[in-house]
Design a protein around this ligand. Structure first.
Ligand SMILES: O=C(O)C(=O)C[C@H](O)[C@@H](O)CO
Length: 266
C-alpha cells in the first residue's frame, strides 16, 4: 500500500484558515465523536490530558476513518518518545515549549532517519509502516511528516525567526496561556505586551514562509489572529464545550448559586 498522505501538511500551504478543536478527553470514544463534527483538525493532547502512547494510538485508530486530521501534542520533545509516537502512526506532531533553533533542529533530527537524523528503525513492527505494507517507508516517511513547534515563552518569541527558519519545521503554534503566564499575566493573553508578542511571532513565522497557528477558543480572538495571518486556529476545547453546555443546561432549571440537592460529602 502507499504511504498514507498527510492532507493537513498539504493544506497548510493553502490560504484558507484551518479550524481545529482541542481533544482532551484522552479516550478513543470521545476522539471519534469529535472527528465526526467536521473540524479540519483536532489536537490530541499528550501534554495536559492524561494520555500515554497506547491511549494516543487508540485515538489515532478511532479517528482514522474520518477527515478531521489528528495533530498529536507530545508531552515534551524527547527523541525516544517521538520515535514511539511516529512508530504508532503520528503524522503531525506538535512539541511544546520550543525556545531555541537548536531545540527545533533536534526535533527535526528525531523525526528523520539517518543520515538526516537519528530516528530508530521500527520497520515491520510499526503501524507507521503499516507493518511493512508501505514500501520504501524509510526513504519517504519525512515527506508526509509534519512538525509543529510551540512558541510559548518570551525566549521563544525572541528566537522566533531562528526557530521558524529551521529546515524541517513546518509550522509554529503559539501557546497563549503559557506565554501570558510566563510574562507575569497569569493566563491573560489579552494584555497588550502579550498581544504584541503574539502578533510579532505570527509575522516572523510568516516572513520565513512557515504557517502559524494558535489556540483561541473565544471567537473575537480567533478572528483577530486569523486576520493577523494565523493559518490554523483551534477554536474550541472539547472539555470546555461539554462543561459549558452542562452548566448552561442546568441553569435553565436552577440558579447557579443554589446548591445541588443530592450532595456527596467527603
Ligand atoms: O499555552 C497554551 O495556551 C497552550 O499551549 C495550550 C494549553 O496547553 C491548553 O491546554 C489550554 O487548555
Amino acid at each position: 500500500m502507499d504511504l498514507p498522505l498527510n492532507p493537513f501538511k498539504a493544506a497548510l500551504r493553502r490560504s484558507e484558515p484551518l479550524y481545529g478543536i482541542w481533544a482532551g478527553f484522552a479516550t478513543p470514544y470521545a476522539a471519534e465523536i469529535i472527528a465526526t463534527t467536521g473540524y479540519d483538525w483536532m489536537l490530541v493532547d499528550g501534554e495536559h490530558a492524561p494520555n500515554t502512547v497506547p491511549t494516543l494510538l487508540a485515538q489515532l485508530q478511532a479517528v482514522a476513518p474520518y477527515a478531521t486530521h489528528p495533530v498529536v501534542r507530545a508531552v515534551h520533545g524527547d527523541a525516544v518518545l517521538i520515535k514511539q509516537l511516529l512508530d504508532a502512526g503520528v503524522q503531525t506532531l506538535m512539541v511544546p515549549m520550543v525556545e531555541t533553533a537548536e531545540q527545533a533542529r533536534a526535533l527535526v533530527q528525531a523525526m528523520r532517519y539517518p543520515p538526516h537524523g537519528i530516528r530508530g528503525v521500527g520497520g515491520g513492527l510499526t503501524r507507521a509502516t503499516r507493518w511493512d505494507a508501505v514500501p520504501d517507508y524509510i526513504r519517504t516517511a519525512h515527506e508526509q511528516l509534519c512538525l509543529i513547534v510551540q512558541i510559548e515563552s518570551r525566549l521563544g518569541v525572541e528566537n522566533a525567526a531562528e526557530i521558524a527558519a529551521v529546515d524541517g519545521v513546518d509550522a509554529v503554534f503559539i501557546g497563549p496561556a503559557d506565554l501570558s503566564t510566563g510574562m507575569g499575566h497569569a493566563g491573560d493573553a489579552s494584555q497588550p505586551e502579550v498581544q504584541d508578542c503574539i502578533r510579532r511571532t505570527i509575522e516572523t513565522t510568516l516572513a520565513h514562509g512557515k504557517a502559524c497557528g494558535i489556540l483561541a477558543p473565544r471567537e473575537e480572538d480567533a478572528r483577530r489572529y486569523t486576520d493577523w495571518g494565523c493559518r490554523f486556529v483551534a477554536v474550541a476545547i472539547d472539555i470546555s464545550l461539554m462543561r459549558q453546555a452542562a452548566v448552561a443546561n442546568l441553569a435553565r432549571y436552577r440558579a447557579p448559586t443554589q446548591p445541588a440537592i443530592v450532595s456527596t460529602t467527603y
